[in-house]
Ligand binder design. Structure first.
Ligand code: F6P
Length: 341
């Protein structure tokens, strides 16, 4: 069998570990051949390919990014996208596709499967917001990077008696903010799930200053003030209709400084959370996803996504997995609230 592999959406530490596991097991156990598609759905849409075999995956386990490249290309941005992909795969002699991606890439995979494409999905996102899987690889790495940053920011904030606002990634879900904020001992954590009250945030900050410590506020890029609008970098949308987020950290630092009269600084962690080497946890999870994805292809179990449930890897229908994103439940947020102020 000849299997195509693509990685779509924002890159994520562990993508290369998935590719390596797919190729190593597929070659050794099932005698498969592989073809790499470049830059997500752009690859099969435009016949942009690269050789993919054991030789190409040597040494990539600890490397961040993706050797296949990635993009946010939406195959349904044009009417004939689905047909073009099916025609190109037939022309290249590709019998099956493994799509590694987040809600957008796998949403497109679900639609292509409903139109007859033999595809299996692997969930990836540092945001950990994909339904049907307990965790996605990349999340642990992002949380560790953000936690280390928060640890470092505590000491400099305290030396200067100022507030530091740390903006982390998280478009619709505050998982990175919640976990790094809890692990790093943040005094306030703000997530997209719950519009925040600026007066209340300032009260927590004053309370922290009264105890002779400096406040650290962790804010997800998609968090929204109850009294204002979402803060975005530009109005331009990507091909899946998402606006580019970012800027809430600076907005918050300015507002806090104005209201409390005490200096506040913003630090935006941005793509540092996504770049570089994956943690051991993410390498193992990504490897297990890759091994099980190639099993699903061998079983011709099309339209399925591999997922983590407890410590087991299971298969769930792509359509179900991409139906809605996994947000932070109110009870999980309440656990963190005990430490606010
Ligand atoms: O992959 C999701 C994500 O990490 C979001 O949290 C963030 O909004 C987005 O990627 C930013 O990605 P890019 O800068 O590549 O558009």
């Amino acid at each position: 069998m000849r299997i195509g592999v693509l990685t779509g959406g924002g890159d994520c530490p562990g993508l290369n570990a998935v590719i390596r596991a797919v190729v190593r097991k597929g070659t050794k156990v099932y005698g498969n051949e592989f073809l790499g598609f470049r830059d997500g759905w752009r690859g099969p849409l435009e016949n942009a390919t690269m050789p993919l075999g054991v030789e190409q995956v040597r040494g990539i386990l600890p490397r961040g990014g993706t050797i296949l490249g990635s993009s946010r290309t939406n195959p349904y941005a044009t009417d004939d996208g689905g047909q073009r992909i099916r025609d190109n795969l037939a022309e290249l002699g590709v019998d099956a596709l493994i799509a590694i991606g987040g809600e957008d890439t796998l949403g497109a995979a679900a639609k292509l499967h409903s139109e007859g494409l033999p595809v299996v999905g692997v969930p990836k996102t540092i945001d950990n917001d994909l339904g049907a899987t307990d965790y996605t690889f990349g999340f642990d790495t992002a949380v560790n990077i953000a936690t280390e940053a928060i640890d470092r920011l505590h000491t400099t904030a305290e030396s200067h008696h100022r507030t530091v606002v740390v903006e982390v990634m998280g478009r619709h879900a505050g998982w990175i903010a919640l976990h790094s904020g809890l692990a790093g001992g943040a005094n306030v954590i703000l997530t997209p799930e719950r519009p925040f009250d600026l007066d209340q945030v300032c009260e927590y900050i004053e309370e922290r200053f009264r105890s002779q410590y400096s406040p650290i506020v962790v804010v997800a890029e998609g968090a929204v003030p109850a009294q204002a609008h979402e803060v975005t970098q530009t109005d331009r949308l990507d091909s899946f209709g998402h606006v580019r987020l970012g800027g809430i950290g600076q907005w918050l630092a300015d507002s806090i400084e104005q209201r409390t009269g005490k200096e506040a600084r913003a630090v935006v962690l941005g793509h540092i959370q996504r770049g570089g080497t994956p943690t051991a946890y993410d390498r193992v999870l990504a490897t297990r996803f890759g091994l099980h994805a190639v099993d699903a292809v061998h079983d011709k179990d099309w339209g399925q996504m591999v997922a983590l449930r407890g410590t087991d890897i299971v298969r769930v229908p792509l359509a179900e997995a991409t139906a809605k994103i996994k947000t932070v439940p109110a009870a999980r947020y309440a656990e963190a609230e005990v430490f606010f102020g």
